[in-house]
Design a protein around this ligand. Structure first.
Ligand code: SAH
Length: 353
């Protein structure tokens, strides 16, 4: 038994020391079926995170402000050809109301996420960002509104946006083309990420775990891309099929694999901000707590008005769609305290140590 555990210790220590992983090591960690060994991986990653971020978990208030989208990503429930989606847009005033509520609840980061909706011109996005910033100058604003030109990104930054989330979805070209229509290109998405970094945003990339056609090879490329881009955040969560998409009958990604990947990313990029996602919480009642124990340090409860929550249906059975913002906040607080961590009020910026 001791000898067997030695294997995993040597492997994990090597990855931690090198801040790198080979494809063979990745395969080994993803395929191990010994629970004790996997526990060791999770605990090691959590320890790495504790050294940098302590017992503190950062919160972001997620405002899903539009579910109109001009894109047609095959996995996504708000894709343009989903005629069943009940479309909505929030006005600037409604978005500001969400922020008001969020601020009172202790949120100091607001994440504005939506489909690629041309109704929100660059002017309007800048106006919204500017208004939030002037009302809440101690808050960070994260945008997650897809692929734009470098010029547009610069305008958002100049208007006061601090961070940008744009999951790369997969770093393998052939895989990318199986998840997206022809007009969407991996090169373009990667260029967007590089542009965002150059401009000075804190940048987040990421991918779904268990997306259709994903392999250990494509996952290895994801890790290599993360190493190369050096993002401040990495958002990963299980793929969950949505009934009105071409991937309705595909298998969902596994909680266990998501947790292992969270740990691996933490070992390789110790300082990175890693959310325990809503998708993880959807796949398992304690998914987010398990994510934290595997090395995640961010949670993103929903601040969207209850009336629109169900309509932002990227995937089926999304949790918390009936709750008020305050309920989500206190529910998460309890969950996090139950596993020995605490939510902190503050912008929760990336620590570079
Ligand atoms: N339009 C924005 C926001 C997209 S939605 C953008 O392009 O960045 C945010 C993320 O949800 C996506 O990047 C994708 O990784 C994830 N997502 C979409 N559909 C999903 C599904 N069926 N299961 C799990 N995650 C999904």
């Amino acid at each position: 038994m001791v000898i067997i555990m030695n294997d995993i210790k040597i492997l994990v220590d090597k990855i931690k020391e090198n801040r790198n992983i080979t494809k063979e090591q990745l395969e080994e960690l993803l395929l191990i079926d010994d629970e004790e060994k996997i526990k060791y991986l999770f605990c090691s990653a959590r320890e790495v995170c504790d050294k940098i971020y302590g017992k503190e978990i950062y919160i972001r208030g997620l405002i899903e402000f539009t579910n109109y989208c001009k894109n047609d990503c095959l996995y996504c429930g708000i894709r343009r050809s989903n005629a069943w989606a009940d479309r909505y847009r929030l006005t600037k005033e409604q978005i500001l109301e969400c922020c008001d509520k969020g601020y009172e609840l202790g949120f100091r980061t607001f994440v504005l996420q939506g489909g690629e909706d041309m109704y929100y011109t660059d002017e309007l996005i800048c106006e919204i960002v500017g208004d939030i910033k002037s009302r809440f100058s101690d808050c960070a604003i994260t945008l997650s509104i897809g692929e734009k030109s470098k010029k547009s990104y610069q305008r958002y930054f100049d208007a006061g946006a601090d961070r940008y989330l744009l999951r790369h979805e997969t770093a393998d070209k052939a895989h990318y083309s199986k998840l997206h229509p022809n007009e969407l290109l991996l090169e373009n998405r990667m260029e967007c990420l590089r542009d965002l970094k150059e401009i000075g945003f804190q940048v987040g990339c990421g991918f779904m775990v268990g997306s259709p056609f994903q392999t250990i090879d494509t996952l290895y490329k994801d890790i290599c891309f993360i190493k190369e881009l050096k993002p401040h955040m990495v958002g990963i969560g299980p793929f969950i099929p949505q009934h009105a998409t071409p991937f309705a009958d595909k298998k969902a990604g596994s909680v266990d694999r998501t947790l292992r990947l969270l740990s691996i990313i933490r070992l390789i990029e110790p300082c990175v901000l890693l959310p325990a996602t809503t998708a993880l919480g959807t796949m398992h009642p304690q998914g987010r707590e398990m994510g934290i124990l595997a090395g995640a340090n961010v949670v993103m409860p929903n601040l969207s008005p209850t009336a629109v929550r169900k309509k932002y249906e990227l995937y089926d059975n999304k949790i918390c769609t009936g709750d008020e913002a305050a309920e989500c906040r206190s529910c998460l607080q309890n969950r996090i305290e139950n596993v020995g961590y605490k939510i902190v009020t503050g912008r929760g910026d990336f620590k570079n140590v």
